[in-house]
Design a protein around this ligand. Structure first.
Ligand code: ADA
Length: 561
């Protein structure tokens, strides 16, 4: 299952997780590969990352995955891949059908039923860095880009009228009115039954007249008395749609989020965000976290007392978002990016890839009540006039695609930033006590941020620290308690959180960098400042063992809620 709940009762679904045939092809020209001639001489787990396994650790190159699956009797089929790191080309029965850029978003391919009752699926996966072909994943980013089919894969049988997606929006909170928009494709014009149930109760039962081709159907549901979703009471509801012989189940929460001056407001109540940044990465499985590790991460977030988690720096697995919905975490979901310059933001190819990534992120996240903020372009040059157009383009597209969420990006140069007017929440990343300032100077450094933002005319917007932290090597403690010791990290976060959380008025959020240690970039300039080639600013290490700072953060966050 790709989600934490069954998405279809009627549509035939085959779960393709398991062990696939595998071949490491190496540094070859991908267009020269003859798929029929590949010697699949190994096996690999799907989901999983091949370069997180001992045999292929640190290897970059083109690889091939292969599986076969029985086909249902349906006339058409849809292969859904939830995450292929970081570039993929899909072949159905030897035919190339689709290329995809970016490792963290769902894509699919539709194909007609062939004569055979079985289909052969081959996916060429490339984890090499290639700005021309895959501009979303670049080698200088501060995390390790593992390669592989990192998330689930499913094969769906599609009837003549198929449901392509559904969005459910809380249109009127007091009236509990939901707008359900259904996109579909009809092979031919005709009349088909349309049924919608809410938590099992029938809401719509009619016959819909559909023209041929793709289309959209919208219906309003009035659900007086239905429970709302909030971090304290994360009530979820099930919307089940049946259109002709197809169906889709979606789990939703009824809630609205907006801003009022310096406050973020959820269902009319001001909220303060306390949380952590989370990379979806683990030393033993790369980006392919199994349920057991997703649950373990969610337990840590809950135990820390967080009500917020930022998915840094790419869209996270929808199963993680499902867990966030269930556990009442508020989520910042972010388009893939890291410290981009005008060179990138003025490159059409880069921007096209960003826009596709953004559309795929919204499609995957739109019905998750936990997702309240969309972010873009982590720590990019929002202070450079040549970058402004890029910010306008991406934020403008997000606003159009989903006006129900707040927009933000992280800035490292608040005194010179040129794009704060484009967002709902001003977010700043700052590392006092680590890259600059002493521990004693942390409060002054934070005050300077809020004063600067206010003086520059943004005192009417919520302001949060989206990253703050310090590095520590797990187990390294000594009497000097300096950089890289657990004590020093704990001291930095103690000072920072004490100051940030004491001021309920100005700071609407504090988000620690980061939940867990992660393997970092292999680029030498980055690695030299990263002992073990890890970003060691986790509150827990890469095996999720707690450092001293864990309890410090927990004490502050629990008191702050
Ligand atoms: C940044 C960045 C993170 C990480 C962090 C650090 O601000 O957004 O990805 O690199 O700093 O550890 O320095």
């Amino acid at each position: 299952m790709l989600r934490r709940f069954r998405e279809h009762d009627v549509r035939p679904v085959t779960d393709l997780r398991g062990i696939w045939d595998f071949a490491f092809l190496g540094d070859v020209d991908l267009d020269s590969v003859d798929v029929a001639a590949i010697d699949f001489d190994d096996q690999m787990a799907v989901p999983g990352c091949f370069d997180a396994t001992p045999a292929y650790a640190s290897m970059r190159g083109l690889v091939a995955y292969r599986t076969r699956s029985p086909l249902s009797a349906a006339p058409r089929h849809r292969l859904i891949l939830d995450g292929v790191h970081h570039w993929g080309r899909v072949f159905i029965d030897g035919r190339p059908v689709r290329d995809h850029i970016g490792g963290s978003t769902r894509f699919s391919v539709d194909f007609e039923r062939a004569r055979s009752d079985e289909v052969e699926i081959v996916v060429l996966v490339d984890n090499r860095f290639d700005y021309q072909r895959c501009p979303l994943h670049l080698d200088y980013f501060d995390w390790y880009h593992y390669g592989g089919i990192a998330r689930g894969v499913e094969l769906h049988g599609l009837p003549d009228v198929s449901i392509d997606g559904m969005s459910v929006v809380t249109a009127d909170l007091p009236a509990r009115r939901l707008e359900v928009a259904l996109s579909y494709t009809a092979a031919s014009a005709g009349r088909v039954p349309l049924k919608i149930t809410f938590d099992g109760s029938p809401m719509v039962d009619e016959t819909a007249e559909l023209p041929e081709g793709p289309g959209e159907i919208s219906r309003s549901l009035e659900l007086s008395g239905a429970t709302l979703w909030s971090p304290e009471e994360p009530n979820l509801h099930l919307v089940h749609v049946q259109l002709g012989a197809d169906d889709l189940r979606e789990r939703i929460g009824i809630r609205q989020v907006w801003t009022e001056g310096q406050r973020i407001v959820l269902n009319g109540e001001p909220i303060r965000l306390v949380g952590v940044n989370r990379h979806e990465s683990h030393v033993q499985v790369g980006h392919g976290l199994p349920d057991a590790l997703l649950v373990a991460d969610a337990q840590l977030v809950r135990d820390l007392g967080c009500n917020f988690v930022r998915g840094s720096h790419y869209p996270q697995d929808v199963r993680w978002l499902d867990l966030c919905d269930e556990m009442g975490f508020l989520v910042w979901s972010e388009v893939l990016g890291w410290q981009h310059t005008a060179e990138h933001l003025n490159n059409d190819h880069f921007m096209a890839a960003q826009l596709t990534n953004l559309e795929e992120m919204v499609a995957a996240g739109r019905n998750h009540p936990s997702v309240i903020i969309y972010g873009i372009l982590n720590e990019s040059r929002s202070d450079d006039p040549d970058c402004r157009r890029g910010y306008e383009t991406l934020l403008g597209r997000l606003r159009k695609l989903d006006p129900t969420r707040l927009l933000s990006y992280t800035s490292t140069r608040p005194a010179k930033d040129l794009c704060f007017d484009l967002v709902d929440v001003v977010s700043v990343d700052i590392y006092p006590g680590w890259y600059h300032h002493t521990v004693d100077e942390i409060p002054a450094a934070l005050d300077e941020v809020s004063q600067t933002v206010d003086e520059r005319g943004f005192a009417d917007k919520p302001l949060m620290i989206a990253e703050i932290g310090a590095g520590a090597i797990w187990g390294w403690r000594d009497w000097h308690a300096k950089h890289w010791s657990e004590q020093y990290q704990a001291e930095v976060l103690d000072q920072a959180l004490q100051h940030l959380l004491a001021d309920r008025e100005r700071w609407c959020g504090a988000c620690v960098w980061q939940l867990c240690d992660i393997r970092s970039s292999e680029a030498t300039n980055q690695a030299l400042g990263r002992p073990r080639s890890f970003n060691n600013k986790g509150l827990v290490d890469e095996y999720r063992r707690p450092k001293m700072a864990y309890d410090v953060v927990k004490r502050h966050f629990r008191a702050a809620r």
